[in-house]
Design a protein. Structure first.
Length: 271
DNA sequence: GGCCAGGAAGATC
DNA sequence: GATCTTCATGGC
């Protein structure tokens, strides 16, 4: 029996690929982040041990066979094969739906450093911590609950410096808090229905909806088909219908995005 | 379809 | 240094 020494998850690729915004590389190969009311600092070497922890095992999706999914996607098209090779090691994290929805509302027309800054301020990371908070180590700053945000006003959110997105955050918080949008129910709802429910929220369009479904509800069938991605699909995957990606469509799009963002060269575009 | 809504980062001058 | 340009957008 050969001991499995190389887990399918690559921490850097997974945590810094733009699917989440509360992880930082605080030193070379050392990653630190907050999930729920837990704070974790780890390196790639800590992953095998993490398998024993039910919470982190679920969060990092360690029980999904990404190697098989990656092989299935690779077989669909030569360019998807390249993208999948580049994205090898990316897991789709199982993030909290509300935090994910709110984060991707903030992400629209925005860049990652600024998104991280806004979310840090939203979570109170930049507030001065009381001395008592440090008695048992650094204070953990959970993502604010929708009920908390629902009671606030745009003026209250001004210190976040999130611009026009403030009213979108408040509308989302209120619709989730009062039950108009039941995020948990979207785990099993038909994809089209789940999208429609999310798009009732002001400031949530097709892309934010699909990102919420993929990253927040682990709907691997969700595929953000915006104009940009459609163009990339048409140019780089001629004749391939995203439907053929099936239940791994979300993973495929993450591979493609990561590949494109890395500068997957124009010369690789066929024809 | 065009434009506008923060602000930060990177490119360019 | 100053000045563009861009940003996984959505709404009017």
């Amino acid at each position: 029996m050969i001991e499995r020494t190389a887990p399918s998850l690559n921490l850097r690729k997974t945590l810094l690929c733009g699917q989440c915004f509360r992880w930082r590389e605080i030193a070379p190969d050392v990653f630190s982040g907050t999930v729920g009311n837990r704070h974790l600092t780890l390196t790639q070497q800590d992953l095998p041990r993490l398998r024993q922890d039910p919470f982190w095992c679920i969060y990092f999706d360690l029980n999904t066979d990404y190697e098989t999914l990656r092989k299935q996607l690779s077989a669909l098209h030569p360019n998807l094969n390249k993208a999948a090779q580049h994205g090898c090691g990316i897991h789709i994290l199982r993030q909290e739906p509300w935090e994910t929805l709110c984060s991707f509302i903030i992400s629209q027309n925005n860049n990652i450093p600024r998104i991280q800054g806004i979310i840090d301020r939203l979570c109170g990371e930049t507030e001065a911590c009381s001395p008592a908070a440090f008695q048992n180590g650094p204070a953990v700053h959970p993502f604010p609950q929708p009920e908390t945000l629902a009671a606030l006003s745009e003026t209250d959110l001004a210190p976040l410096r999130c611009g026009f997105r403030a009213r979108y955050i408040l509308d989302a918080a209120r619709k989730v808090a009062d039950g108009n949008v039941n995020l948990e129910a979207l785990r099993t709802a038909p994809l089209a229905e789940a999208r429609a429910v999310l798009m009732q929220i002001t400031g949530v369009g097709p892309k934010v909806a699909d990102c919420t479904l993929l990253y927040g509800l682990h709907r691997m069938d969700a595929f953000p088909v915006d104009v940009w991605m459609k163009r990339a699909m048409g140019q780089w995957f001629p004749g391939v219908d995203p439907v053929s990606f099936g239940s791994a469509a979300g993973l495929a799009q993450q591979y493609i995005f990561d590949w494109v963002r890395s500068g997957a060269s124009e010369e690789e575009i066929p024809g």
